[in-house]
Design a protein around this ligand. Structure first.
Ligand SMILES: [Zn+2]
Ligand SMILES: [Zn+2]
Length: 242
């Protein structure tokens, strides 16, 4: 691969705790170790979607060791955006205890809205200090005013996810992801490439994201998991380490 990133982590992975995913956290960590990753995120769906684990899943994550198979396992959630005010489906008290919080819009939870509504929701979430990362926001059903919102994500320190799973879902997703990434480059907003793995063989695999970033000549220093150094800087901002 000519685009020179040394991928350190994959922070968006699902375990069997989400009904439509098929690997355990141990299997995810072992797969990450085999691929040379330093960290994964254990980020099952927040409780607002029907296939999610019970809230106890999130409250009890702290019993997991920091490392499994030598890989740092960050305890997290992919929280659901519940409405266009930007409300999430997880209590703040639980979010406060988690190490990585992704906010995503999902069908079945959030009705399809207008561009104005999605823009308002993301602008509200940008101000939520408990959210680390904006999940797969290229989904066509929730198109927002990218030009207006992306710089705000940058100002408020949010990381914009480039999600390999959603990226390939539809041609319009790919187009939206490219626009979002191009704006992140323009406004120097940090991104993270994630697999959104629902099976351990997918961990650390994001060929479509990498190809797109290469085509955009995306600045490697803005890819949070693009090197060990970048990733450790992100962890230290959160008071964490490998
Ligand atoms: Zn999702
Ligand atoms: Zn996901």
């Amino acid at each position: 691969m000519s685009y020179s990133l040394s991928i350190a982590a994959d922070l968006h992975c699902h375990t069997v705790a989400s009904d439509h995913a098929y690997s355990t956290v141990t299997e995810l960590a072992q797969a990450a170790a085999a691929r040379g990753l330093l960290a994964i995120g254990c980020t099952d769906h927040g409780v607002g979607i029907s296939d999610s684990p019970h809230i106890w899943h999130f409250e009890n994550l702290h019993i997991l060791p920091d490392h499994i198979a030598g890989v740092r396992v960050l305890q997290g959630v992919e929280a659901n955006v519940m409405d266009y005010t930007g409300a999430l489906d997880m209590p703040d008290s639980v979010l406060d205890r988690l190490q990585v919080v992704i906010a995503s819009m999902h069908r079945g939870v959030l009705r399809e809205g207008t561009e104005e509504e999605a823009t308002a929701a993301w602008l509200a979430i940008a101000e939520n200090p408990r959210v680390d990362m904006i999940g797969h926001s290229g989904t066509p059903a929730y198109r927002y005013d990218y030009e207006r919102v992306i710089p705000v994500f940058g100002k408020t320190g949010k990381i914009v996810e480039i999600n390999d799973n959603t990226f390939g879902a539809r041609s319009s997703s790919a187009e939206n992801c490219r626009t979002i990434a191009a704006l992140c480059k323009k406004y120097r907003v940090r991104v993270m490439i994630n697999s959104d793995a629902h099976y351990h063989e997918q961990v650390g695999r994001f060929p479509r994201c990498l190809r797109m970033l290469e085509e955009l000549d995306f600045p490697p220093e803005l890819v949070v998991n693009g090197s060990r150094e970048n990733f450790e800087r992100f962890l230290s901002e959160k008071g964490l380490s490998l």
